[in-house]
Design a protein. Structure first.
Length: 161
C-alpha cells in the first residue's frame, strides 16, 4: 500500500487531479440542481461523489417510485463517460427486474447481470468522451437522453405488466 500512497501523493502534488475532480463534482452538482428545477415532479437524491470510481445522483418519478425503481445519472471516472442506469431500491428489486427484462426487447439498452457490485438493471451510454470545455452541450445531451430514457423505461415497464 505504501507504493500506491506515494504514487497518489506524487500525483496530487501536481494539482491536476484535484482540479479535474472539483470540475466533475461541480458539474454534477450543478446538473442535479438544474434537473431539480426543470423536473419539479421528480424527486432527486443528494449527489454521491463516490471514491473516484463513480459520481451520481438518482432521479425518481412517481411511477418509478411505485415500482421501487430509480434512474441514476452516473459519471464513470475511469472511463470518463456518462451513463443512465435504471436501478432498484435494493438488490431484490434489481434481481426481479433483471429477470423480468431477460429475453425481452430492451431497445439499445444493456441488461445487467445480478452480481456483487452491480447497481444497475438497464444501462444507457450517453456520452463516451465528454467535452468539459462545453458544459452547456453536455447538459443538453444528458437532459435529452434522460427524457428519452424515462419514456422508454415507462414503455418497457408497461409491456411487462
Amino acid at each position: 500500500m505504501n507504493k500506491e500512497i506515494r504514487t497518489y501523493t506524487n500525483l496530487l502534488s501536481q494539482g491536476e487531479i484535484q482540479k479535474a475532480y472539483r470540475g466533475i463534482i461541480s458539474f454534477m452538482a450543478e446538473l442535479r440542481n438544474r434537473f431539480a428545477n426543470e423536473f419539479s415532479k421528480a424527486r432527486l437524491s443528494a449527489l454521491y461523489p463516490g471514491y473516484m470510481d463513480m459520481t451520481y445522483f438518482a432521479f425518481v418519478t412517481k411511477e418509478l417510485a411505485n415500482q421501487k425503481l430509480k434512474i441514476a445519472i452516473v459519471y464513470l471516472h475511469e472511463s470518463s463517460a456518462f451513463e443512465l442506469w435504471l436501478s432498484g431500491a435494493n438488490k431484490n428489486v434489481q434481481a426481479k427486474y433483471i429477470n423480468m427484462f431477460t429475453n425481452k426487447d430492451i431497445k439499445n439498452y444493456v441488461l445487467s447481470k445480478s452480481a456483487p457490485g452491480v447497481d444497475s438493471i438497464l444501462e444507457y451510454h450517453v456520452i463516451d468522451c465528454p467535452n468539459f470545455d462545453n458544459l452547456d452541450g453536455m447538459r443538453i445531451e444528458i437532459k435529452k437522453a434522460l427524457v428519452r430514457f424515462c419514456q422508454d423505461i415507462d414503455n418497457l415497464l408497461n409491456q411487462l405488466y
